[in-house]
Design a protein around this ligand. Sequence first.
Ligand SMILES: Nc1nc2c(ncn2[C@@H]2O[C@H](COP(=O)(O)OP(=O)(O)OP(=O)(O)O)[C@@H](O)[C@H]2O)c(=O)[nH]1
Ligand SMILES: [Mg+2]
Length: 329
Amino acid sequence: MSADSDEGGVKAGDVLAGDRATIAQAITLVESRRADHRRQAQQLLVELLPHAGHAQRVGITGVPGVGKSTFIDTLGTNLIADGHRVAVLAVDPSSSRSGGSILGDKTRMTRLAADPNAFIRASPSAGTLGGVAKATRETMIVMEAAGYDIVLVETVGVGQSEYVVADMVDTFLFLTLARTGDQLQGMKRGILELADVIGVNKSDGEHAAESERAARELSGALRFLRGGADEWQTPVVTCSGLQNVNMDRVWKHVTRHRDRLIERGELDTKRRRQLVEWTRAMVRDRLLDRLAAPSVRAAVQAAEAAVLAGEITADQAATRILAAADKHQ
Ligand SMILES: Nc1nc2c(ncn2[C@@H]2O[C@H](COP(=O)(O)OP(=O)(O)OP(=O)(O)O)[C@@H](O)[C@H]2O)c(=O)[nH]1
Ligand SMILES: [Mg+2]
């Protein structure tokens, strides 16, 4: 198929040329849940795919209010000054609950929002985490094909969203604060294991000294979690997104992490593993969707009742349920 074929009014060629209006339409298309849109979106993505995959993908997480959006606004502006083109995507499965955070992101990234070399996109506000993740991954393909060479994915550090984001990026940056009490207590242990770089943010004004202390403590504590000398040693850096302090140091570590993956041939392996995981997650999601359909739910209830009544075996019940799910394509 040629690069200028027209999918749902969205021309792949216009995405590749970096046309902003077309990029926005392409993203709307990949977010759509309408069957015909989904087909068009997949066609478009197949055309874009050969041009994607070259960006540096970085996930940024931390509790609400840690300063992620402010940090990204400053970091993105710095990167653009260095000649990069920066895409910012947000994965926020809680946005429908909290209501305003997508709007908040836009207003807290005022410099980037106005920059022609940046593109900010909040995740769709409705849908399951799996659905939001799919839209974000596909949006990432669109952004990379459009020539954005750095993709920053912001996610709020609640629930499972950080695991989902860690599975779509090369490097995972965790932002924390000095004043959250016991450093390790306040963090989910899993997060520390996911983090490739840790920033102790809001290290400015009266909090600077406290942040330095916290960073040293955290770094010391991390030593117990670390593996052998050959393994990546997660650096802990103080920074301030608001005051643009140490942002270059944080970025240097992020880039060093990725360069190391490349040197060791691990970036390719990581991305391939992510693709397989993504495929599997989609299969799981779709099977669960099918089981949740009303006609299938009725079959599930009937089969379970029959098992409980001792009329059929669990194996037979499972067969009936799967047969009902098969019928519901
Ligand atoms: N002192 C200081 N304040 C900051 C810094 N970064 C952000 N803030 C303030 O902290 C508040 C939250 O900042 P955001 O950037 O919106 O935080 P966030 O993590 O994106 O928040 P959510 O998207 O709601 O999870 C705002 O009032 C910012 O002005 C910083 O580096 N230093
Ligand atoms: Mg934010």
